[in-house]
Design a protein. Structure first.
Length: 285
C-alpha cells in the first residue's frame, strides 16, 4: 500500500502542470523538437541524410550535384537535364526547417519536361528556428550568386522561387538584389508566404531606404491555397495584400488562387506549376 501511495503521488506531480493549464512540450508545426544548428556543411549534410533519407536518396538518384556554400557553412544542390543546356534555371529556397533535397525532388519532373535546371540552396542550418538559424537576405544573395555562377545561371535565365518561409524572405532578398550593380533576379514565384511587415528588412523597404520602387523591372507570380491553415500569413488574404504591396513598389505582380489547395498545394496540383513555368518561359526576359 505504501508503494502504491508513492506511485499515485508521483503521477499527481507529473500531471499537475498540465492540469494547472501549462502546455506540454510538443513539436512546432508538426515537426520534431530541433537540435542546435550544424557547425558546418559536412555536419549539415550528415543531418540531412539522417532526417530525410528518402529525399536525399531520391535527389542523388536524379543526379543532383552537391556544392558547398562560399562560407562552407551550408551547401547547395544543382541539377540539370541530360543532353543539352537548360533553357533556364529554377533557383529555389525551401520552407521552414526543411531541406534543399525536397526542392530537387518536387521540381525535377517539371524542370525536365521544360528543359530547366534547378539550383537549391540549403538556407536552414539544420537546427533551431531563430532568424539566425537561417541565412539572412544579404547572405542569401551572396550564396545564391555563388551557386548560380557554378551552374551557369544568369539573370536572364533565372526563375527565383521560395516556399513558405522561403517565400517570406524573397521580398527583402529581391529588393536588396535590385539595388546592386549586378542584379540576379527578374522573375519570382512567391509560394504561400506573404510579406511580413514586422520583418526588419521589410521595414527598411517600407521606410524607403531602398528607394520608392525597389521592384521596378521585376515580375512576380504569387500562389495561395484556399485551405491554407494560416490564411493571414501564408494564405490568400496574405498573398493578395502582398501582391498589392509589390505592385505599389513597382512590381508586375499577379496571383494564382487555388481554392482546393492547401499550404503545399502549389506542387500538389501540376496545373499550378505548369501555369507558372509557362508564364516564365513565354514572357520576354
Amino acid at each position: 500500500m505504501i508503494r502504491r501511495a508513492h506511485i499515485l503521488t508521483l503521477l499527481a506531480c507529473l500531471l499537475l502542470p498540465v492540469a494547472a493549464g501549462a502546455q506540454p512540450m510538443r513539436p512546432q508545426d508538426g515537426k520534431p523538437q530541433l537540435a542546435p544548428p550544424a557547425a558546418n556543411a559536412s555536419e549539415l549534410i550528415s543531418r540531412a541524410r539522417m532526417q530525410t533519407p528518402q529525399r536525399v536518396a531520391a535527389a542523388e538518384r536524379l543526379g543532383a550535384k552537391l556544392v558547398n556554400t562560399s562560407d562552407s557553412r551550408s551547401f547547395g544542390l544543382i541539377w540539370q537535364p541530360a543532353g543539352k543546356p537548360p533553357a533556364g534555371w529554377i533557383v529555389t529556397l525551401h520552407g521552414s526547417a526543411s531541406w534543399a533535397y525536397d526542392e530537387i525532388v518536387l521540381w525535377q519532373p517539371f524542370a525536365e519536361r521544360n528543359n530547366l535546371g534547378i539550383v537549391a540552396l540549403q538556407w536552414w542550418f539544420g537546427g533551431g528556428q531563430r532568424m539566425e538559424d537561417y541565412y539572412q537576405p544579404r547572405e542569401l544573395r551572396r550564396e545564391l550568386e555563388h551557386l548560380m555562377r557554378r551552374a551557369g545561371a544568369t539573370r536572364e535565365t533565372a526563375l527565383l522561387h521560395g516556399f513558405s518561409r522561403g517565400s517570406a524572405n524573397l521580398y527583402a532578398l529581391v529588393a536588396f538584389d535590385a539595388n546592386l550593380s549586378n542584379p540576379l533576379f527578374r522573375a519570382v514565384i512567391a509560394n504561400a508566404g506573404g510579406m511580413a511587415a514586422d520583418f526588419p528588412a521589410n521595414r527598411d523597404i517600407d521606410s524607403g531606404r531602398l528607394g520608392t520602387t525597389p521592384y521596378a523591372g521585376t515580375r512576380w507570380w504569387l500562389y495561395c491555397g484556399g485551405g491554407d491553415p494560416n490564411p493571414d500569413r501564408d494564405g490568400c488574404p496574405a498573398m493578395r495584400r502582398t501582391r498589392d504591396w509589390l505592385a505599389q513598389r513597382g512590381a508586375d505582380a499577379r496571383i494564382t488562387e487555388d481554392a482546393a489547395g492547401n499550404h503545399g498545394g502549389f506542387h500538389r496540383n501540376p496545373r499550378n506549376v505548369e501555369q507558372a513555368l509557362d508564364w516564365f518561359l513565354k514572357t520576354p526576359r
